[in-house]
Structure formats: C-alpha cells, structure tokens
Design a protein around this ligand. Structure first.
Ligand code: FES
Ligand code: FES
Length: 184
C-alpha cells in the first residue's frame, strides 16, 4: 500500500468512546480486528457475500467488510464482544448454545449480530420477500421469515436449523421483548 492517508476518527465501540488514527482506505472490519484487536468479528469472504463480518451500527446490521471506517465515524458500533453483561451472555448467545446453533463457531458472531438487527427490522415493519401482508399492524417473526431474513449469513457447517430455533426461542419466550414483534 502506497503511503498512509491517515485521519483521526472517533467512534463509540461497544459503549466505549474510541479515538483512533485510521488510513482512509481501511474497512471497518479491518479497523475492528487489526487495529482494535476485536477478533470476535470474523472475516470470511471479504466481499459482502457471507455475513461473517456483520456488526451493528446504531442498531442496524451491516457487513463491516464492505464499509470504510471513515463512513462510520461518530457512530455507535456494537460487535459480539459488546453483547451481554459483565460475565454474562446475551440471551441469544445462550440460545445458540442450548439449540446447537453452531459447530465450528466461525459464522456465529455474525449470525448473532445479524439476528439482533433483523429483529429490529421486523419491529420497524420492514418487509422481506416472504412477508405476506405488507399492511399488517404487526409482522410475524415465523420460521420462513427468519430463514429469509437471515439468508445473508452463511454457515458452512450447516447449523441452520439450530440457528433458526435459537432465534425463535429467544424472541418467543419474553427474554428479549420488543413491543411490535410477534413470534408465531
Ligand atoms: S466477510 Fe464480510 S460478508 Fe463475508
Ligand atoms: S458454525 Fe461453522 S460456519 Fe457456521
């Protein structure tokens, strides 16, 4: 790489203010992993095709490999390390364990961040390709909706059934309530 086109950027990452010198050509994924040593977010394809690098930015899921870090300055980024509490896991992480939602675990941080963003999309009434009633007051987070909405997150181990079960269990039993969401 020729030269260094550095700028000083500010972020909130997992609730903590971060100030860091970043080359303007650096992806958000590389900033997280290579400069901030947040290795939970994974690099799979590095071209937006697998979802392993999914993080939340102001609550919305994005593929961090496709994002330049400079695009997200002054934004709130949450990675897998920022979920749950001190010494405790997020209910969705617990459900992935209980429902065998992973084997090697490489895709799992992206799956979990993506699922959290996905649930908020449902709550905001964002339809998917399989949503039947676009005018419904409340969208259902059923099996087909979860599969469709999580289709951008690939799992080479094929743990899809456990992943869907974990998401359904987490958002069906009241541990992660959202007022506009309903689970069938
Ligand atoms: S590493 Fe970003 S989508 Fe695959
Ligand atoms: S658990 Fe191995 S790739 Fe998903």
């Amino acid at each position: 790489m020729d030269g260094f086109y550095g700028v000083c950027l500010h972020f909130t990452i997992n609730g903590q203010p971060v100030e860091v010198e970043v080359d303007t050509r650096t992806s958000l994924l590389d900033l997280l992993r290579e400069q901030l040593q947040l290795f939970g977010t994974k690099k799979g394809c590095d071209q937006g095709a697998c979802g392993a690098c999914t993080v939340l930015v102001d609550g919305e899921r994005i593929n961090s490999c496709l994002a330049l870090a400079v695009q997200y300055q002054n934004r709130a980024v949450v990675t897998i390390e920022g979920l749950g509490g001190q010494g405790s896991r997020h209910p969705l992480q617990e459900a992935f364990v209980a429902k065998d939602g992973f084997q090697c675990g490489y895709c799992t941080p992206g799956q979990i961040c993506s699922a959290l963003g996905m649930v908020d999309e449902v709550a905001r009434g964002v339809p998917s390709r399989v949503t039947e009633d676009l005018a419904a007051e409340m969208m259902m987070l059923n099996h087909d909706e979860i599969r469709e909405r999580m289709s951008g997150n690939l799992c080479r181990c094929g743990a899809y059934n456990g992943i869907v079960d974990a998401i359904r269990e987490t958002f069906a039993d009241g541990r992660a309530e959202h007022p506009k969401r309903e689970v069938a």
